[in-house]
Design a protein around this ligand. Structure first.
Ligand SMILES: [Zn+2]
Length: 96
C-alpha cells in the first residue's frame, strides 16, 4: 500500500513554459496574488526557473481586471484584447 505512491508523485504543467514538473519542484501561482487565502481556489503552477523570472512586486488591480475580462470562458485573443481595452477605458478613462 505505501509503496504504491512512491515514484508516482503528481506532476503539474508550468503555465509559462509548458514544462511538466513534479509537484514538489513547482511553485504555486495564484492569479489573484494571494496564495495564503486558499478557500475554494485552484492554483496554477510555475516551474522554478519561470517562478524566479516573474516580477514579484504587488500587481495592484491587474489580476482582478484580467479575471473580470475572462467572462465568458472561450474567446479568441482578439476578443480578449478588445474586452480588456474596453474594460480599462471604462475604469480608468480613455488614454490619449
Ligand atoms: Zn516554466
Amino acid at each position: 500500500m505505501w509503496g504504491m505512491r512512491l515514484g508516482r508523485e503528481a506532476r503539474v504543467t508550468c503555465i509559462a513554459c509548458g514544462t511538466r514538473v513534479a509537484r514538489s519542484n513547482a511553485r504555486e501561482y495564484d492569479k489573484e496574488g494571494d496564495r495564503w487565502e486558499r478557500t475554494d481556489k485552484e492554483f496554477e503552477h510555475l516551474c522554478k526557473p519561470c517562478h524566479s523570472d516573474i516580477d514579484h512586486h504587488p500587481r495592484g488591480e491587474l489580476e482582478r481586471l484580467l479575471l473580470d475580462v475572462e467572462q465568458p470562458r472561450h474567446m479568441t485573443h482578439a476578443e480578449f484584447i478588445h474586452r480588456y481595452h474596453r474594460l480599462v477605458e471604462e475604469r480608468y478613462g480613455r488614454s490619449e
